[in-house]
Write a protein that binds this ligand. Structure first.
Ligand SMILES: O=C(CO)[C@@H](O)[C@H](O)COP(=O)(O)O
Length: 232
């Protein structure tokens, strides 16, 4: 009998960075029809990362086009200032970077108090230890597999041991926490990330460049991740 707990369900979450920004409502509907589990909005403020993307009103405008849940990846210098706006816009999960929250424990608790799902993100150079004392507060930890700011970057495979270390911490502590990875996820990399312990996989470029379309891309990535987990 394996002493490992049952693996957590694989979830495929698109980043809409590669989508056509002139018709985001339609793009969200296409993603929902393709079978995604959630939609990730990469929120960037031009301070924490060298890019500027979606304000809460843009997300709110897309909310009623689909039923699928939204998550906001807050790549912003001051998450406390903005968190409530993104919940009001319709994001059920907020992902806060450990590197930006001045009082991470308090910020995550405040998100839960807003009836939203708190999650925490780690940039590639930030150690797992940065979230050791907040695993009881979050529903998910995001391990970045690129440096944040842009889609289409190369996957940083050296993050796989970090994912495995985080998984051990979660399992040993008995926490009910998903592990998400984001950045460079595609057919050639998703297996390594899932084998390391990630069960929520964010993909942007890989979904939109699949010649067989979004539906095929989502199904193919899910199958590859599930096969990697099954192989152990
Ligand atoms: O979050 C970021 C960068 O900040 C990106 O990693 C996108 O969320 C996914 O982009 P791809 O690498 O899948 O194109």
């Amino acid at each position: 009998m394996s002493d490992q707990p049952p693996s957590r369900p694989i979830q495929i979450v698109p980043s809409v960075l590669p989508a056509d920004f002139s018709k985001l409502g339609e793009e969200c509907r296409a993603l929902e029809e393709a079978g995604v589990d959630r939609i990730q909005w990469d929120v960037m403020d031009g301070v924490f990362v060298p890019n500027l993307t979606f304000g809460p009103d843009v997300i709110a405008a897309c909310r009623d086009h689909v039923e699928v849940p939204f998550e906001a990846h807050l790549m912003v210098e001051d998450p406390d200032l903005l968190a409530a706006r993104y919940v009001e816009a319709g994001c059920g999960m907020l992902i806060v970077h450990a590197e930006t929250a001045r009082h991470l424990h308090r910020t995550l608790g405040a998100i839960r108090d807003m009836d939203a799902s708190p999650a925490v993100a780690l940039n590639p150079s930030t150690p797992v230890d940065a979230v050791r004392h907040v695993l009881d507060l979050v529903d998910m930890v995001l391990v970045m597999t690129v440096n944040p700011g842009f889609g289409g970057q190369d996957y940083i495979a050296t993050m796989e041991p970090k994912v495995a270390e985080l998984r051990r911490l979660i399992v040993e502590g008995g926490y009910d926490v998903d592990i998400e990875v984001d950045g460079g996820i595609g057919p050639g990399t998703i297996g390594g990330a899932a084998s390391a312990g990630a069960n929520v996989l964010v993909a942007g470029s890989a979904l939109y460049r699949d010649p067989e379309g979004l539906g095929h891309a989502v199904s193919d990535l899910r199958a590859r991740a599930e096969a990697a987990v099954a192989q152990g």
